[in-house]
Design a protein around this ligand. Structure first.
Ligand SMILES: Cc1cc2nc3c(=O)[nH]c(=O)nc-3n(C[C@H](O)[C@H](O)[C@H](O)COP(=O)(O)OP(=O)(O)OC[C@H]3O[C@@H](n4cnc5c(N)ncnc54)[C@H](O)[C@@H]3O)c2cc1C
Length: 336
């Protein structure tokens, strides 16, 4: 059964099949509705049901919705499917302002393994240029399913993209990079750019937060700030377990050196005796450093638990407005 979906106020229309989330239906038709994690955690694909009915998609949990949200008719598009024709209210979606999602082949030109992370660079077809916003991601299209990865490179470079891939035990995609089945010269297919973890254009001071490869979209955002010769106050908190988890130190320091008002706080949760820096978790250090974040914007990316706890802590204990917290939660792919 195919249903018609109408998104207001942009009047965007697309079709949705049964057993398909409303978000994946839109993305497969090239419509980049606001979203990030695709797993109910980040809440960016929230919309209000105006007419029609929806039902949950199996194995999803709309964690980002409160009881009040549900009472008010709010739904997460990644967690529900159409049960009739549907009209949605989604003021966060501007329609035509969003670039088109494309599918294309790409060649691996560079692959460096640092402990548990691979930094992979891909060359893209020369034309038309691949346009993306810092903070967005692509899906790598594999026969068995898709895998999402954030773009870490400078948005001004449209012919070569950089990705940071964490090794996952028996990972469908990451294992192929770590065991050599995918190597320099291999061709892979990708679809993008997608997602709405994008920096707002204003001069508000910024707190950037990452754990692990959650640093990838933050690196792209730092590139953007350098391109803009930004003088914004920026404080980047980067959490890892062990010292050798900081896999891209030199490039990170080079970017931070170009930002006159940037501070950097690396944090380790399992430091060895030689570690001189902060210990524990990123959120506790942000709270210790900032009692009042009412004028700030926070961009957080990494483990879903970190993203959720960071939002709760900063909004409840440091006066951060709820609508000034932006996140990308690196959830595991559901498609196997
Ligand atoms: C928008 C978005 C952007 C992302 N960007 C990045 C990125 O830049 N770099 C990056 O490394 N990852 C990123 N991820 C997470 C990545 O897509 C998943 O971890 C993916 O499932 C890994 O694929 P795989 O084939 O290696 O492992 P899979 O075959 O998917 O999984 C293998 C095993 O590892 C477990 N697993 C996989 N991922 C996770 C996880 N995140 N947490 C806990 N257990 C897990 C699975 O449950 C399974 O048991 C992103 C996710 C999203 C939604």
């Amino acid at each position: 059964m195919t249903y018609k979906i109408n998104v207001l106020p942009s009047r965007t229309e697309f079709n949705s099949e049964e057993q398909q989330s409303l978000l994946s239906a839109a993305l497969s038709q090239g419509i980049n509705l606001p979203h990030a994690c695709q797993n109910g955690v980040c809440g960016q694909c929230v919309a209000t049901l105006r007419s029609g009915s929806v039902k949950p998609v199996d194995n999803t949990n709309a964690l980002a919705l409160t009881e009040n949200d549900v009472q008010a008719g709010k739904i997460l598009l990644c967690c529900c499917q159409a049960d009739s024709d549907v009209t949605l209210d989604m003021p966060s979606f501007a329609g035509t302002k969003n670039q088109h999602i494309r599918t294309m082949p790409a060649k691996i030109t560079d692959l460096n393994i640092y402990h548990e992370v691979a930094i992979m660079r891909l060359a893209l077809p020369k034309a038309p240029p691949f346009v993306f916003y810092a903070g967005q991601y692509v899906d790598f299209l594999l026969k068995e399913g898709n895998r999402s990865y954030s773009i870490a490179s400078n948005p001004e470079q449209t012919q070569q993209l950089e990705f940071h891939i964490k090794r996952r035990e028996n990972g469908l995609f990451s294992s192929q990079l770590f065991d050599g089945r995918l190597k320099v010269g291999s061709i892979i297919r990708l679809r993008g750019a997608m997602g709405s973890f994008i920096l707002n254009t204003n001069n508000n001071p910024l707190i950037l937060v990452a754990t692990g490869t959650g640093y990838a979209p933050i690196k792209a955002i730092l590139h953007q700030l350098v391109n803009e010769q930004s003088t914004r106050a920026i404080h980047f908190y980067y959490g890892n377990r062990y010292t050798n988890d900081f896999y891209d130190d030199a490039a990170l320091k080079e970017l931070l050196d170009k930002l006159p008002n940037a501070q950097y706080t690396p944090v380790l949760s399992r430091p060895d005796a030689t570690w001189q820096g902060k210990k524990g978790y990123v959120t506790e250090h942000i709270l210790a450093d900032y009692a009042d974040l009412s004028a700030y914007e926070v961009y957080a990316c990494g483990l879903p638990e970190m993203v959720l706890s960071c939002k709760t802590a900063l909004t409840q204990h440091a006066k951060l407005p709820e609508n000034a917290f932006f996140s990308d939660a690196f959830t595991a792919s559901q498609a196997v």
